[in-house]
Write a protein that binds this ligand. Structure first.
Ligand SMILES: NC(=O)c1ccc[n+]([C@@H]2O[C@H](COP(=O)([O-])OP(=O)(O)OC[C@H]3O[C@@H](n4cnc5c(N)ncnc54)[C@H](OP(=O)(O)O)[C@@H]3O)[C@@H](O)[C@H]2O)c1
Length: 493
């Protein structure tokens, strides 16, 4: 295989989602490790009153993960190697003008699509726009540019599953309830036309919150009907199926599992946003003891810098014309970390921090200890806790102890918040057990030169998980995910 250096020197790259969590690390790593990269074009959506160039400057160049790169190369050099394109991946030609497309044609060899909407249950029209329309429009753009498409999807397109998820599972016609190759019940084109029509019809005549609620429900019901655990993974699978249904644009799909704080680059512990495992970690760090979770499940967490590195390695392979179709970027097939061990570690951290939550009031939990519950056990405990809090609150109100009653009301709200969080995460900690096969990315790395392997490390097998959680993930969550969130998740009276 040609060296990655020469692939990235001979081909310009158009990156979408560069202002997102993963996209920023991909951009920084590419510029940091490959000094000969000619030019990276980043597609950034303008916001009202905020042009794309300004968004890029403030949200990317000035952001912590770009700090080390800007310091190393100098701001001017970085700016000189990046061309900001104002556009929107879900619009025709990604919102670019015909002159811009002509200018990029023949230079851009790869479009790296890192744009997406990662919210689990958004209104379905928004999820489709970000995760499906964008793929359709970028394919058209690639056709015009004569470029290849590397698409970032997710391991969880697998939907409901128990056990090994293989990279060779055929994409077209996939749905999580598929019984075998002869099961042709799911057709992505038909499903897409149908759900788009249903969304349009539903949105007629209703506005605002009511409209958003109806469209959210539509996504939830459709995803569940076919066996996907949320609207996000359903639309991501539809996006993959759009890719797999065509053969004019060469493509590859990388499927990261749960992307979390960095192991090494740009510095240990970089994390952004509280959408992935952070809410669970925050609840555990807040001292939550009742877990609707399976002890033996391994949360499929991958540090963001490993995902960025592996994505760039696959980009090189795709440019060289040797890519496989799908790459799982996960690690528990080679280095699992059972949820029980993780939650015990987080509880120990909570105790070490002197968090009083580990000592809930006697009347609420007479025998506090860590419990792993099934869904009906969790439901029973929640109902009992709610009843006790409601009784205590009524007593306090009758006694005129309004401050105490108000604190109990807050506790009720927090319980509701925990329930909602668990509802979203149950598929990943209780209902399903995923082990994602990662044969293809290991084969990619086996073919890299020692220099490229060093430039783009992918080594999930050697992560010491307790060390990673103590020195990257927990400090990262505490530092970069707002301290208010920690308070919100804290189960205190
Ligand atoms: N985070 C994870 O744990 C995880 C796991 C597996 C796979 N992934 C995949 O990795 C990718 C990146 O995720 P992330 O965590 O970095 O998400 P993120 O931080 O929310 O970033 C998403 C990016 O996509 C951009 N975007 C969305 N729609 C766009 C459009 N129509 N045109 C142009 N840009 C658009 C957003 O731009 P704006 O700022 O303008 O909204 C944002 O920069 C996604 O495809 C996701 O499915 C993520």
């Amino acid at each position: 295989m040609a060296s990655l250096d020469s692939e990235f020197r001979d081909n310009e790259i158009l990156l979408t989602g560069a202002n997102g969590f993963l996209g920023k690390v991909i951009l920084a790593l590419l510029l940091d490790r490959f000094p000969d990269v000619r030019r990276v074009h980043v597609l950034v959506r303008p916001r009202p009153g905020l042009p794309s160039e300004e968004r890029f400057a403030t949200e990317v160049l000035d952001s912590p993960p770009l700090g080390p790169l800007v310091e190393k190369l100098g701001r001017e050099t970085v700016e000189g190697r990046v061309n900001v394109l104002s556009g929107d991946a879900s619009r025709p030609r990604a919102g670019l003008g015909p002159d811009q497309v002509r200018d990029l044609a023949g230079r851009v060899g790869l479009v790296l699509n890192c744009a997406g909407l990662v919210e689990f249950f958004p209104p379905v029209d928004l999820s489709l726009r970000a995760n499906v329309d964008s793929v359709e429009r970028l394919l058209e753009l690639c056709d015009e540019l004569d470029a290849k498409l590397l698409h970032v999807s997710t391991c969880y397109v697998a939907g409901k599953a128990d056990g090994l998820v293989e990279e060779t599972e055929p994409i077209l016609g996939f749905h999580p309830r598929r019984t075998g190759p002869g099961d042709d019940r799911f057709r992505a084109d038909i499903e897409l036309a149908d759900i788009r029509a249903a969304a349009d019809a539903l949105a007629q005549g209703i506005e605002g919150a009511q409209r958003a609620e109806a469209l959210t429900e539509l996504g939830r019901v459709r995803a569940a009907r076919w066996g996907w655990v949320n609207t996000y993974t359903f639309t991501k699978s539809l996006g993959e199926q759009v890719l797999a249904a065509q053969d004019s644009v060469p493509y590859a799909i990388v499927r990261p599992a749960i992307v979390e704080s960095s192991l090494r680059y740009p510095f240990p512990g970089w994390i952004e946003g509280g959408r992935t495992a952070a809410p669970l970690a925050l609840m555990a760090l807040g001292g939550l003891l009742d877990w609707p979770a399976r002890r033996d499940i391994s949360l499929e967490i991958v540090p963001v810098d490993l995902v960025a590195a592996a994505t760039l390695a696959v980009a090189g392979e795709l440019l060289a014309g040797r890519a496989r179709q799908v790459y799982h970027l996960a690690g528990s097939d080679v280095n699992p970390y059972p949820l029980e061990d993780l939650i015990r570690l987080l509880c120990a951290e909570a105790r070490a921090n002197g968090n009083r939550v580990t000592h809930p009031p006697f009347w609420l939990d007479p025998f506090p200890r860590l419990r792993f519950l099934d869904s009906s056990g969790a439901e029973r405990r929640r109902r009992a806790q709610r009843r006790r809090i409601a009784v205590a609150r009524r007593i306090m109100e009758r006694l005129g102890r309004s401050a105490r009653a108000a604190r109990l009301r807050v506790l009720e709200l927090q319980l509701g918040f925990h329930e909602e969080t668990f509802r979203q995460y149950m598929p990943f900690i209780l209902d399903n057990r995923y082990v994602f096969e990662t044969v293809n990315i290991r084969a990619t790395y086996a073919g890299l030169s020692p220099r490229d392997r060093q430039a783009l490390p992918w080594d999930p097998e050697s992560i010491d998980w307790p060390v990673y959680w103590r020195s990257c993930q927990i400090p990262g969550i505490r530092k970069w995910i707002q301290p208010e969130a920690v308070r919100e998740w804290t189960f205190q009276l």
